[in-house]
Design a protein around this ligand. Sequence first.
Ligand SMILES: Cc1cc2nc3c(=O)[nH]c(=O)nc-3n(C[C@H](O)[C@H](O)[C@H](O)COP(=O)(O)OP(=O)(O)OC[C@H]3O[C@@H](n4cnc5c(N)ncnc54)[C@H](O)[C@@H]3O)c2cc1C
Length: 218
Amino acid sequence: VETYRVRVTRKHPLAPGVMEIGLERPSDFQMQAGQKIRFHHRGLARDYTLINAPDEDQLVICAIQVPQGNFSPGLMQSPLGTVYEISKPFGYFTFQVSVRTAVFLATGTGIAPFVAFVRAGVRDFILLQGARSDEHLYYWSEMMAAARTYVPCLTRTAEDLQLVPETFQGRVTGYLETRLPVAGYDFYLCGSGAMVDAATRIIDRRFAGSLVYGESFF
Ligand SMILES: Cc1cc2nc3c(=O)[nH]c(=O)nc-3n(C[C@H](O)[C@H](O)[C@H](O)COP(=O)(O)OP(=O)(O)OC[C@H]3O[C@@H](n4cnc5c(N)ncnc54)[C@H](O)[C@@H]3O)c2cc1C
């Protein structure tokens, strides 16, 4: 397996327990928006989706600290300059040009590939971004500016609805089930496996003629 050794170059908090982490970009690193890298660390292998534009001079990930996790707490606490071993970029969760409207569904850090898509120039999509509360709607203003339709979906109560306009109260799958106009779409689902599975079942029932791409983080 070919790997690179890269230094942590930047750390930028996005929300409690969530951080944007910059990594040196190896000189021969060729990537497509939506691809991920694998960290190899003390016998563990953990994948992270890159959010930087394909031609940026650093690599960037958006990482959440999983309490009691084996890898993510150390990553979050790593000082600048810490060296990690990473794989080449890989994976096929990339944007496919289509005659159908693209609908992106993201929960939590599952927004990552869609940030990469937007930074690679993808526009005119519908985005349903799910989170507990609006402080976890990472990148919402950048996403809202690029989307044809941006729908934040919050599972907590109305007190949280301060920052982001036009919020749907409920899960992304609730919006899919009750609000998204029936049509054939290209769906891109990213986040928990539970969301990807639940959304796929709703699409199979309600959105004939659609295509589904999925990426489960856990
Ligand atoms: C293709 C792919 C892309 C990924 N991209 C990202 C990314 O861009 N950003 C990111 O933060 N993570 C991402 N992950 C998840 C990441 O690889 C690790 O699973 C995560 O960091 C936890 O590792 P850990 O060793 O700390 O936890 P572990 O000791 O492995 O504990 C794992 C448990 O933590 C929970 N968990 C794992 N990931 C998450 C998460 N993202 N949000 C909430 N709960 C979680 C699950 O319940 C899981 O059972 C991705 C995973 C895959 C498979």
